[in-house]
Design a protein around this ligand. Sequence first.
Ligand code: PLP
Length: 434
Amino acid sequence: APVGNPEESGESPGSVWPKDLIPLEPGETAWQVVMKKIKELSDWDGRDPFTVADLDVLASRHQLFRQALPRVSPFYAVKCNNNPWVLRVLAALGTGFDCASQVELEQVLGLGVAPSRIIYANPCKPVSHIQYAAHHGVQLLTFDSEEELIKLAQHYPGARLVLRLCTQDSESIFPLSAKFGASLELCEHLLKSARDLGLAVVGTSFHVGSSCQTPHSFMQAITNCRRVFKMGLRIGHDMSFLDIGGGFPGKEGPDPKFEEMAGVINATLAQDFPEGSGVEIIAEPGRFYAAPVCTIVVNIIAKKAVVETGGHRKLLYYLNDGYYGDFRISLREPEPRMPTVVKALGPEPPLFSCLLFGPTCDAFDKLFLEELQLPELDVGDWLVFPAMGAYTSTMTSTFNGFPPASICCTLGPELRRLLESTPQAGTRLEQRLS
Ligand code: PLP
């Protein structure tokens, strides 16, 4: 069964730890845990795919975010990776949370997180989910249309509303503005409608698109927020909340560096929302926190060698995880991700053009659109994909009867102490350890 829910997991024999939580020995690394698991699974011929989430990496991403953007409180985007231990660690570290639905609200509230640390940041919400937020005191909700305001006036008149603005997001790998965000021209009308409906708009939000490639998108969007703040104040709203969304890079790559992006954001904030302006500033990072946390390990379950016209040899590898599992987002990424091959190979093995397919009967079930150059491998060999924590496990299905990869999390002594000393986030752990 897929693990990942501490409430459901059992315990390993002879250990007080939940089955999906692996305390690292001093000096031990998550990578060593990956290798150990590969060996164990290979020894008994159970080669199901699995994920190892390194919770210490998660904590270090939080530290990096706080250092680089000291005026911005992170409200982690649950949709990116909702593993219960990921959320528990973040709750213990004191982040807020961005939820997109009732189920996400339930998950975060269930950890004992105060409703004031949650933003329900989906501009188009089902009425029953709005009612749930109202009932549980989650006050911050986003909107970008008059129709949503009418629903909110009827079902949650006491909400603190955040107007989501449209952004220039053409330089993001996953743009969002075709679906969400009010244009600047529409804002005045929306702010007046809210006032006339008796609703309180407290601020603005935006999202520059996921995996944003340029800090200028943030710069422009923050400056637009300032214009809308002025409009809102004029119309009679108490504008005091700025949400700069997600879009921060998930991996260390050539461009843009997170620190550079943060530098531009800090400078723009200093200009448009200077310290002392009384404006609370949050962000909704997802990918930045979760991407580097997880390593996904998959196995070759079948293989075909084809000879193309011209005598070119191509290898088709069929893996036990794919588009309907953890690799749904990767088909939309510009480049294939290069796995580490776990096999003893010669110093410079010949490489072949390879296509990686998932396990289902659907021909669309590929890991990447493009071919990769890999050595000749065999059924039973393992491929390891690092930095796969963002939009992977949350997008899996059981299509064709293939369950999602199991997930286990590693944590070092410092994080273990933090969880143990945080009453709500560590409740379950304390019970287990007592
Ligand atoms: N906030 C909202 C409203 C989103 O839709 C998303 C992603 O789609 C995020 C935050 C997280 O974005 P990212 O993972 O790019 O940081």
